[in-house]
Every structure is written in C-alpha cells, then in structure tokens.
Design a protein around this ligand. Sequence first.
Ligand code: AP5
Length: 221
Amino acid sequence: MNYFKYIGGWPFYKIEYYICHSPRLPALMFNLILFGPPGSGKGTQSEKLVDKYGMVHLSTGNLLREEIANRTPLGLEAKKFMDHGQLVPDEVVIGMIDSSIEHHKEAAGFLFDGFPRTVAQAQALDKLLSFKGSEIDLVLALEVSEEELVHRLLNRGKTSGRPDDTNESVIRKRLTVYSNETSPVADYYKKAHKFKAVAGEGSVNEIFAALRQAVDMEMAS
Ligand code: AP5
C-alpha cells in the first residue's frame, strides 16, 4: 500500500525532512480518542473532558461544518457526502487533522472526536503523532443502543439545523456506515491494548464520571 499518499500527498523526501526537523510536542502530552456511533454523546462529553483536562478538542465533524459555513471548496465537496450520511474521503479529513495538529504546537494533548473513522485514518494518525514523538494513550468508546441513537438524533434534528439529523433514513445510513467502515477501528486499538468501552446511556454526568475514572487511571499508570 502506498501509505504516504494519505499524509497530505507529501513526497517521501518532505516527510523525511519533517521527521528530522519538526519540533516535538511536549513529553507529557495525553492524547485521547472519544469513539462511538453518531449520537453516542462524543461532542457532549468532549466539551466536559476538555474543560477538565485541558486538551485541544479536534472534531472532524465541527471542522467540516465550519468549512461548509464558510462555503470553501473543501466544504462544498464534503457536504455532498455528509448530507447523505457517507464518510468524507480519508485524504480530506487526514489533511485537516494534520493542519490542526500543526496549528497547536504547544498543546498538552489532543482529544480526537469523530476521528479516526477508518483504519486508514487510524494508521495515518499514529504516523502523524509519531512524527511528534507522541502517540494515542487511550480510546474510550461510548456504547449506546441503536434505537436510543436514532431517538437522540431525530430529537436534536428538531433544533440543530443539521441536514443529516432531520431524515431518519440518513440517520440509519450513518449507523450502517459506522458499523461497516468505522467499527474495525475499534479492533485496531484493541490489538494495541488502548481500547476501553464505557456505557453511554444514563445521565450526562454519570457518563462523564465513568470517562473521567478511565482517563485518571490511564494517566496514573
Ligand atoms: P460528526 O459531526 O462527527 O457526527 P457524528 O459522529 O455523526 O456524531 P454526532 O455529532 O451526531 O453525535 P455525537 O456522538 O457527537 O453526540 P452528541 O454529543 O452530539 O460527523 C458528521 C459527518 O461528518 C459524518 O457523517 C461524515 O459525513 C463527516 N465526517 C466527520 N468526521 C469524519 C471522518 N473522520 N471521516 C470521514 N467523514 C467524517 O449527542 C447527540 C444528541 O444526544 C445531542 O442532542 C445530545 O444533547 C444528546 N445526548 C448526549 N448525551 C446524552 C445522554 N447521556 N442522554 C440523552 N441524550 C444525550
């Protein structure tokens, strides 16, 4: 596989230069992935986790919606996929994450929300962080039943203005895409012993307490 095509299409010599000359991120970084299907509470819990631990929140969904709001060519292209519940191509989201990591050189860690969503994205993220002398520390996966997910998203669709929340068939398509294309990412991190499932039903504060406990345990280890 031509792996490097995923890293912003950079030629090999440029990547080699980057590895040798890029300033490393601080040694005490903590990098967390909040994983889970659409509507599982990743955005809700990310806000609380970022508030508590001070990582930089990187949500590819939010970044893409900003591009759409600014009517950039990237946003207009991405919208075609998002409105149908499909994934935006890997090169696009990996390029966005690459720029965001570069933009936050002094970060004490990152919380990735909605990324990675494919194994190729997970591999690229490992590579991008390793260029910085860093890695993913923990993947926390929110587990929520399908009917609860559909209920939450239709409910949010009444006020969110998100086109992908208003139509039940698009919501179900997002869940199918998650099951087919994103759930293999869980196995990728299980093999690396970085994966932990957390019950995603209950009150927001109960779920936050469980996530906090998992983060604190990992930080202490
Ligand atoms: P993205 O924006 O990432 O959306 P998503 O994964 O579909 O997730 P949501 O934002 O819908 O849900 P969430 O898990 O954040 O839950 P939330 O906290 O909001 O992606 C959108 C699209 O962009 C994708 O379909 C794809 O096209 C594209 N995209 C994004 N990243 C990509 C990538 N890496 N690669 C390729 N394409 C990509 O909560 C949901 C609702 O539930 C809210 O109303 C909330 O108030 C409520 N809620 C939260 N917690 C609880 C609780 N405990 N009890 C009851 N209700 C709750």
